[in-house]
Ligand binder design. Structure first.
Ligand SMILES: [Zn+2]
Length: 53
């Protein structure tokens, strides 16, 4: 389990798909699903597990 790792995801404004930077060609910023080039960068909030002792 990964924790405390900031993860950025992208959302395509055309098809509303959400994907990680690893899913797309780093030389080509575009939606891997539909090819649309206008993406919204979203910071995915990771839920942190806090141990209550
Ligand atoms: Zn798309």
């Amino acid at each position: 389990m990964e924790e405390g790792k900031p993860s950025i995801v992208y959302r395509c404004l055309a098809c509303k798909s959400i994907f990680t930077p690893e899913m797309m060609n780093p030389r080509e910023i575009r939606c891997p699903y539909c090819g649309y080039k206008v993406l919204e960068k979203v910071r995915k909030e990771t839920v942190k597990m806090v141990k209550a002792i």
